[in-house]
Design a protein around this ligand. Structure first.
Ligand code: ZN
Length: 374
């Protein structure tokens, strides 16, 4: 039931200029130089290639990674299903092309957002190989794709009305609903399951699956200790902070808790000396500094939000100034609302904020007067 006309790339953009996500003060190091053009590759270390695909969004690109896997290449993430991405993939595979005649040997997808999973069905069918995903990402993707051309559900309308949307915004939501399937090639009907902690032998090296959550339900990262590489998807990005949202299917979800917990887990499980290969922007060194910065900026945003709610009751749509520096227009309203609710639910869950619904079904949040920080 998610409103995914704006895919994840745009979600990340939502908070780019926000106070919660200024670039890290500890400078990160970007050692890989210029990004490859679409349809070309750049070698990161022997047997690991950087690919980049265009996106028809304000965020212009997604990075993909190819790891030597016997005669072929294991592909990590796939690009959005657009004519430009199809062209780029066609230039990558074939005699004399960067990925050779054999091309993809398997397709691994970090999470279900269309810029990551969009070409997975197309690639696995064309190259007769398997799709590897975590179970929640695979099944959620199938559910969202099944909403294509469906009418917006009443639960979705109620959810956004409760957040404070006006009639025009609710109307807009209903006309845009069900766009997710338009951005992806249909998934194959079976897949190989990725699990947290699992070790995959890919070519000459072992890659460990490290699952995070908050941005999406069961996001896979891939860590190779021998090569000191981390394919991070959207779980860690160097310059923008990933969107963390509540959606109408689970209105009381607490994804901010999952997100903060995942930042800690990555810091604990992955050493600082890796080269991070993120889905957006450039490969970087400085993983722990980035994780620390992200955690600190989220915690500060939560404190700002609580202080704002100390001034009197507010709706989800009233708290944007505490969380985002940019103006929230209709194009990013659902993303900003989802992220505001992630922050509000986090505070409600911990007794820092209380919520009451008025007779119109709109939720009003106010700081708990008796809350004492311990
Ligand atoms: Zn994403």
């Amino acid at each position: 039931m998610q409103d995914f006309k704006e895919p994840s790339a745009a979600l990340e953009e939502t908070t780019e200029a926000g106070p919660a996500s200024r670039p890290a003060r500890v400078p990160l190091v970007y050692p890989c130089g210029e990004a490859p053009l679409a349809g070309t590759v750049k070698e990161i270390v022997p047997g690991v290639l950087w690919l980049r695909m265009p996106l028809p969004l304000s965020l212009s690109h997604i990075n993909l990674w190819a790891v030597r896997d016997g005669e072929g290449w294991a592909i990590f993430d796939t690009g959005m299903h657009t004519p430009a991405t199809v062209d780029a993939w066609q230039a990558l595979v074939g005699e004399g092309a960067p990925l050779g005649d054999y091309g993809p040997s398997r397709v691994l997808v970090t999470h279900m957002h269309p810029d990551h999973v969009g070409m997975a069905g197309w690639l696995t069918r064309l190259h007769d190989c398997e799709l590897w995903m975590t179970r929640q990402e695979y099944l959620n993707c199938r559910v969202l794709a099944a909403d294509t051309d469906c009418q917006a559900p009443i639960e979705g309308v109620d959810f956004y009305r409760r957040a404070g949307w006006d009639e025009a915004a609710l109307e807009h939501y209903q006309t845009r609903f069900g766009g997710f399937g338009m951005m992806i090639s249909p998934l194959p009907q079976r897949y190989r399951r990725l699990r947290d902690g699992q070790v995959l032998r890919i070519g000459e090296h072992d890659w460990q699956v490290v699952v995070g959550a908050g941005h999406s339900p069961e996001h896979a990262c891939f860590y190779c200790a021998e090569l000191k590489l981390l394919i991070s998807g959207d779980q860690v990005l160097p310059r923008i902070s990933s969107n963390v949202s509540v959606f109408p299917t689970e209105p009381l979800a607490d994804p901010m808790h999952d997100w903060l917990e995942s930042l800690g887990k990555l810091r604990q499980q992955i050493p600082d000396d890796v080269l991070v290969l993120p889905a957006h922007d450039d490969p970087f060194n400085g993983l722990h500094a980035r994780l620390n910065h992200l955690e600190g900026s989220h915690l500060r945003a939560l404190d700002r939000l609580q202080a704002l709610l100390g001034e009197g009751p507010k709706r989800a749509v009233d708290v944007f100034p505490a969380l985002f520096a940019r103006k929230i227009d209709s194009g990013v309203l659902s993303l900003a609302t989802g992220e505001s609710l992630a922050n509000l639910n986090y505070l409600v869950e911990r007794g820092r904020v209380v919520v009451n619904e008025d007779s119109d079904g709109v939720a009003w949040y106010v700081a708990a007067s008796d809350f004492v920080e311990v």
